[in-house]
Write a protein that binds this ligand. Structure first.
Ligand code: KIV
Length: 269
């Protein structure tokens, strides 16, 4: 890290909203990619429970455990010099009680060296969030399409298109701000609702499938780097085509080895 380059803190994130500067966030789950993303200048690295999908191949985020999230968090933290590292509390590690949530958040902070935790839920999580924040742990909220509740929603369709759910999200954003969240992810809600929410509160709102008016944007790294093409909702923009690049490289390697073209003299001792 350049000596004049400052580490990103939760204070930096709040200041960015106040200054009208957009916040950048991507997921990361391992040392090698986290180092690349950090060196490229990302503000926030989210060790998302989407690791259940991208790293472990599960269909939903439900199965990943606290121990597994801690392992991914440790790998990412070792790589990072500048970015703020936020680690998801996985399903089942915080819903039972405030005490359970605080114990999980403390484990994440102590065992990974990460800088904040994220959890899903609205008004009903406010007391829990307050408890974690009072213990000195920064909390990022997550509203809209909250993947840990997928079996309650029944599908990955856009949330809050109807007035009642939109009104509930407004109450949720306010409750999470009052509870002390330093930022909130808004997933897959209408852009105009996200605009209204962004103008309504001082806490930074970071969108994924929530349009351009949010204070920042987050994407799953594997989606934006084009490492998979099976899942392509319209909010994903692919900035690279690593699936093709990697498959071409591997096919070429196999060909070279099979035909005796690798290694050559210069690659031998
Ligand atoms: O786990 C994750 O990747 C997330 C993002 C979708 C925000 O929570």
């Amino acid at each position: 890290m350049h000596p004049t380059q400052k580490k990103i803190t939760t204070h930096t994130i709040r200041t960015k909203k106040a200054m009208g500067e957009k916040i950048t966030m991507l997921t990361a789950y391992d040392f090698s990619f986290a180092r690349l993303l950090d060196q490229a200048g990302i503000d926030i690295l989210l060790v998302g429970d989407s690791a259940a999908n991208t790293m472990a191949g599960y269909e939903t985020t439900i199965p990943i455990t606290l121990d597994q999230m801690i392992y991914h968090g440790q790998c990412v933290v070792r790589a990072v010099n500048r970015a703020l590292v936020v680690i998801d509390l996985p399903f089942g590690s915080y819903q039972r009680s405030c005490e359970q949530a605080l114990d999980s958040a403390v484990r994440v902070m102590k065992e990974t060296g990460g800088h904040a935790v994220k959890l899903e839920g609205g008004e009903e999580m406010a007391t829990t969030i307050r408890k974690i924040v009072h213990a000195g742990i920064p909390v990022m909220g997550h509203l809209g399409l909250t993947p840990q509740s997928i079996y309650q929603f029944g599908s990955y369709a856009t949330r809050a298109k109807q007035t009642a759910e939109a009104e509930q999200i407004k109450r949720d954003v306010k409750a999470l701000e009052e509870a002390g969240c330093f930022a909130i992810v808004l997933e897959k809600i209408p852009a105009l609702l996200a605009k209204e929410l962004t103008e309504m509160v001082g806490v930074p709102l970071i969108g994924i499938g929530a349009g351009k008016y949010c204070d920042g944007q987050v994407l799953v790294m594997h989606d934006m780097l084009g490492m998979q093409t099976d899942f392509s909702p319209r909010f994903i923009r692919r900035y690279a085509n690593l699936q093709e690049n990697i498959q071409q490289a591997v096919a070429q390697y196999c060909k070279d080895v099979r035909e005796g073209g690798f290694p050559d003299e210069s690659e031998s001792y």
